[in-house]
Each structure stands twice: as C-alpha cells, then as structure tokens.
Design a protein around this ligand. Structure first.
Ligand code: KIV
Ligand code: ZN
Length: 391
C-alpha cells in the first residue's frame, strides 16, 4: 500500500523563537531557514510580521531566500495583521497566510468577551480577507484542544466555505490526551462538510509531555500536516519535536505515513538550532540528546557490543550521529572496557583485562566517567604491575 505524505510545517522561527532567550536576528533566521529548506520541510513559518519591524524584515528576507518550502506568516484575525503579512510574503515562491482566532469557551469569554457567532464571523472575515492576497490560507482555531467538538466543527465548516486550504487544530495548552486529540481529528473528518478538500494540521504543545504523541494520534486519524519545531522548543514546555515525529513515522512504516525529511541531517540541524538560539538540549532528549545513543550500564553495553539492535531501535547513522557511544562508568563491565581500550589501540588478553578492570573500577568510583586519557593511565599501570606488555 502506498504511504500517505505527512507535511512537515516547521515553526521553529515563530513559535520556537517566541521563547525568552531564543530571539534571533534576521541573519541568524536566514541561516536556519535555509537549513530547514535543505532538510526537506514542507512549510516554514517564518514569523509574525505585524509583531515588530524586525520580524517583518525577517519574514520578507526568508520569503526571498527559500526555494522549495512554502513560507508562512502568522496573523491574528485582524485586517492590519493580514495586510502586513501579505506584504512581507510578497516575494515568496509559495506564500501562505496563517490566520485564526481562539475558539474555546475560555478564549471567547476572557480574551474576546464575545459571542460564538461573533467568533465565527471574525474567523470567516479573516480567511476571506487573506484570500485577497494569497491562495493558500491556513486557519487556526486557537485552543481547539479545549474547544467543544460540535462548535469546532461549525467553525471549520464556515472557514472552509470562506476558502481556507488548511485547518490547524492546535492543542494550544497541551491539555489533550492522545486518544482525545485523535478522536477530535476523526470527529472533524466525519462531521465537517468540505473537509476532504483541505489539509488538517496538528499543532500540539507539550505541557503534559504529550505533544508528539498527540500529533501522531492526529495523523493516524487523518491529519496530513504536523506543526513542530527543531528540538521541540516553543512556548512554555515547547511544541512537538520535529525530529521525534519524523523518526516515529520512519520507524513505524506500517502506519503508511511518510515525510520528505532527510533524516541524516537531523542531528546537525538540532546542533545548529541549539547553538544559534543559545538553547541547550537535555542530554536524555529523544533522537538528538547527547545520551540518545550512549550506553553506560554493563548489561546494555555488553548487548550493544555484540549487536547494536539489542538496545537501539534507531541506527544513529540514520539521524546523522556517527556511532553509538559506550560510556565508561562504575556500572560498566569488562566488555565495555576492552571495547574502548581496543578503540584506542590496546588489545588485551583475559589476564590483562582482569588487572585493568580492577584499576578501572578505582578510577570509576572516583569520577563520573572514565575517558580515553584515563584508559592510557590504566594501561600504563597494568604494564607496570603485570610485566606483560600490552599490544
Ligand atoms: O499554539 C497555538 O495555538 C498557536 C497558534 C497561534 C497557531 O501557536
Ligand atoms: Zn503554538
């Protein structure tokens, strides 16, 4: 069966850049945008043009630079925002305006102090207005995760009539459970007239650590675009991580969902974003964290040395990581010490390894990790006491 394509909508430069401390100047954004295009993302959300003159310039320059991806600018359901976004996007090969409004009771009551009918009116008006400037108009129903499904379906149906090409169903507050979010997408597929003519998009936040799971549940239930950021950066606990979505779909081919991302560039792209944004990645982060392919316990190391697949479901080379790491700690066994010693030129006999291992444990109990320099010291010591030169 032929697999369906999931479009990757990258919002590193918009939702990701909103994070305190992640602000980038235009030059830095251009470098990241070029890399995202090369990586194979389908859409780059370049910014929120009306928010500042700097963001306007960034979106405009990205629109001129990007060759393959659609370039998208965010707006509120406000005419001025839409005009400014259209102006910023006018040089894009493939421009998209991303407009929308809050649809949950909480947003309608506290943000707008308006009625549901008024929200629908503003949503339709924003989409129709954006259509005067571009063909490709994505509509977001902010806080769709907490919006009543029947009302959400009504909003969606109305904006489709106004010309929306993509329907973004954001779990803005990261509230939904995967089952619930998946059911929401299915409900829209089953109940919204005209939905077969638009792309449904998932935009999930990570407040409960479920952003990626929710996006995948959305895709399984019919969404064909996932909005995400490199390293999962974004408001509060962040957005869906691009690298996670891409690798989940690659590692589970029976889902019949695939992306056009060149996965071998994932690690380098992650490094580029963390360095340019000054936003470190936790070591245990899936796919791109420093420990994602590092093994430190003796049992795991022994398995991985025998066959990598005993403890790894992804070949590190597939994401651009050179090789799995065998990290030497007090929990490591003889197999790991012999493996690492061999890598730096020491071929140990069984007796030499026994002696070396005793010395190794003294090092390992004193320090968190035993590095190559320590292994050289250990070998000198073994040479001295065993009088058998190590090859
Ligand atoms: O999280 C959200 O709802 C958003 C929208 C503006 C798309 O970022
Ligand atoms: Zn968001």
């Amino acid at each position: 069966m032929q697999s369906d394509k999931i479009q990757i909508f990258d919002t590193t430069l918009r939702d990701g850049e909103q994070v305190p401390g992640c602000k980038l100047d235009t030059q830095q954004k251009l470098i990241i945008a070029e890399r995202l295009d090369f990586l194979g993302v389908d859409v780059i959300e370049a910014g929120f043009p009306v928010s500042s003159p700097g963001d306007f310039t960034s979106v405009q320059e990205i629109a001129k630079l990007v060759k393959n991806a659609t370039v998208c600018g965010l707006t509120r359901a406000v005419k001025k925002d839409i005009e400014v976004a259209a102006e910023a996007l006018k040089f894009a090969n493939k421009p998209r305006i991303h407009t929308g409004i809050g649809t949950s009771d909480s947003h309608i009551q506290y943000k707008f102090n308006a009625s549901k009918e008024e929200v629908i009116r503003r949503a339709k008006e924003a989409v129709s207005y954006a259509k005067n400037f571009v063909d490709d108009v994505e509509f977001y129903a902010e806080d769709a995760g907490r919006t009543d499904n029947a009302f959400l379906a009504k909003v969606c149906e109305e904006v489709i009539k106004s010309g929306a090409t993509v329907l973004n169903i954001p779990d803005t507050t990261g509230y939904c459970l995967p089952e619930e979010y998946g059911a929401k997408i299915k409900y829209l597929k089953d109940n919204v007239k005209g939905i077969e003519n638009v792309v449904i998009s998932c935009h999930c936040h990570n407040d409960l650590g479920l952003a990626t799971a929710n996006s995948i549940a959305g895709a399984i239930n019919g969404a064909r675009q996932i909005e995400c950021t490199v390293n999962g950066i974004g408001e509060r606990a962040g957005n869906t991580a691009l690298e996670e979505v891409v690798m989940i779909l690659k590692q589970h081919p029976y889902l019949n969902l695939q992306t056009d991302i060149n996965t071998k560039l994932l690690y380098d792209t992650s490094m580029m974003v963390r360095e340019r944004m000054g936003m470190p990645v936790q070591p245990n982060k899936a796919i791109v964290g420093a420990n994602a392919f590092a093994h430190s316990s003796g049992i795991h190391q022994d398995g991985v040395i025998k066959n990598r697949e005993t403890y790894e479901i992804i070949d590190p080379a597939d994401v651009g990581v050179t090789e799995s790491a065998i990290v030497l700690t007090a929990r490591s066994g003889r197999a790991a010490l012999a493996y690492r010693a061999k890598k730096i030129g020491y071929e140990l006999t069984k007796i030499q390894l026994d002696t070396a291992y005793k010395t190794f444990l003294q090092f390992a109990d004193r320090q968190k990790e035993v590095i190559d320099e320590d292994i050289h010291q250990i070998m000198k010591h073994v040479n001295k006491i065993s009088k058998i030169a190590i090859a």
